[in-house]
Design a protein around this ligand. Structure first.
Ligand code: HEM
Length: 84
C-alpha cells in the first residue's frame, strides 16, 4: 500500500524548504526536486504548493505527462477521510 497523506499533511508542505507537495486527482507529488526542470517554470509550481492542483495540471498537460513522471515524483495518495 502506498503512503497515505491527509489534505492537512499536504498543506503543511507548501514550500521548497518543507518539500513542495501538490495533489493531482488523488495522488500526492513531491515537486521540490523537479521545479527547476519544469518546462512550465518553477514559479507556477510554487504557487500551488500544498494544494490540489488538478485543475491547473489538466489545463496544461495530458495523461502522458502524468504517466511519465509518476514513478519519479509520486510519493503517495490522499487518504480517504470518509473511511477513517
Ligand atoms: C506532476 C506535476 C507536473 C509535471 C510532471 C509537469 C510537467 C510538465 C511538462 C513535461 C511540461 C512540458 C509540456 C509537455 O510536454 O506537455 C510542462 C509544461 C507546463 N506546465 Fe507542468 N507539470 C506539472 C505540474 C504543473 C502544474 C501544477 C502547473 C500549474 C499550476 C503546471 C503548469 C505548466 C505550464 C503553464 C506549462 C507550459 C505549457 C506550455 O508552454 O504550453 N505544471 N509541465
Amino acid at each position: 500500500m502506498s503512503q497515505q497523506f491527509t489534505v492537512q499533511d499536504v498543506a503543511e508542505h507548501n514550500t521548497v524548504e518543507k518539500g513542495l507537495y501538490i495533489i493531482i486527482d488523488n495522488s500526492v507529488f513531491k515537486m521540490d526536486s523537479f521545479i527547476d526542470e519544469h518546462p512550465g517554470g518553477a514559479k507556477i509550481l510554487k504557487r500551488v504548493g500544498g494544494k490540489d492542483a488538478s485543475k491547473q495540471f489538466w489545463k496544461y498537460h495530458n495523461e502522458h505527462v502524468l504517466k511519465k513522471y509518476t514513478p519519479k515524483l509520486k510519493i503517495g495518495d490522499v487518504k480517504d477521510e470518509a473511511k477513517l
